[in-house]
Design a protein around this ligand. Structure first.
Ligand SMILES: [Zn+2]
Length: 307
């Protein structure tokens, strides 16, 4: 019996996925504006901001996924991509808006004398400098001048500058970071185990039995679990030591016993220190009958120990 992997059903509550896309796009837009304002008035943190923006979109997406019972990781990832894209786009949109309004107020006097509107002058300068007006011209101008990843307060010769193709690559990397973080967080949330008969996420983590954290011991437990011999698996668990332990944990639905619980064999090391480290060394879905057999085997050894 090889380990069985939990497969999300791809289902969700009616309308939950369209609403997730909307949530991601709106959160992305709002968070993007906030990020651009912080970057403009307070501080700009190179590559940290895209990660934070992605995490904000991903965090809101995860909440909506939990609420909408979305078990469709691909759809969740796509919604995260959309939200991340909108978010980073709104960062650029706010920068562009700030650029136009700042320059407009500075050249208002000149514009009044020349008989042209500030907007006309800005676009004329952009065309003269880059060959393009509007947002495209603004981005080309930024790329031409170079994007410094240091604060504006520092002198220009300090820090790294991205010019030309480098500037465009930097923007692409920022987009990929925001979109990637948001999509990963959303997909991971949608991949969590779900009870299809009760229509709820698994809500219980039950430590079933603990034993030795030495590999030579827990690998025998794994062999017996794979063989479906739960009594032998429980018997082979060995003793918890002051330093290490292994624990069989069942992640399951608290409302029924007709679902397939997720069995994790976790090994914790450095128990005697302030930073114990736990890792999952084996994971499989169990059939309901197998879960019952496992719990009965644990019960039997407890009863034997008590008598
Ligand atoms: Zn259930």
């Amino acid at each position: 019996m090889p380990a069985r992997v939990y497969q999300p059903s791809g289902k969700s509550e009616p309308g939950a996925i369209p609403s997730l896309v909307v949530v991601c796009a709106v959160v992305g837009a709002v968070a993007g504006v906030v990020e651009a304002l912080i970057a403009h008035y307070v501080i700009s943190l190179f590559l940290i901001f895209p990660l934070v923006l992605g995490a904000v979109v991903g965090g809101f997406a995860a909440k909506r996924i939990a609420k909408g019972k979305i078990r469709a990781p691909m759809a969740a990832a796509l919604a995260g991509l959309v939200g991340g894209f909108v978010g980073q786009l709104s960062v650029h949109a706010v920068e562009y808006y700030e650029f136009r309004s700042t320059v407009s107020s500075k050249i208002a006097g000149i514009a009044a004398k020349s008989g042209q509107s500030p907007d006309q002058i800005i676009d004329a300068v952009l065309v003269h400098e880059t060959g393009h007006a509007g947002l495209r011209g603004y981005l080309a101008l930024q790329a031409k001048q170079g994007i410094s990843i240091k604060d504006e307060g520092e002198s220009d010769d300090k820090g790294i500058k991205f010019t030309g193709v480098g500037a465009y690559l930097l923007w692409i990397v920022e987009f990929l970071l925001v979109m990637g973080v948001a999509a990963l967080m959303a997909a991971n949330r949608a991949r969590k185990p779900f009870c299809e008969s009760c229509k709820r996420w698994y809500d219980q983590n039950v430590p079933v039995v603990s034993g030795s954290g030495d590999k030579k011991d827990w690998s025998v437990v794994v062999q017996n679990l794979e063989r479906g011999d739960f009594a032998a698996a429980v018997a082979a668990r060995g003793q918890v030591s002051p330093k290490t332990a292994s624990t069989i944990v069942l992640e399951r639905c608290s409302q029924c016993d007709s679902h397939d619980p997720l069995l994790d064999l976790k090994v914790t090391k450095a128990l005697n220190t302030k930073k114990p480290q736990t890792s999952t060394v084996y994971r499989t879905l169990l059939h309901p009958d197998d879960a019952r057999a496992l719990l009965a085997a644990v019960e039997a050894t407890r009863a034997k120990a008590a008598s």
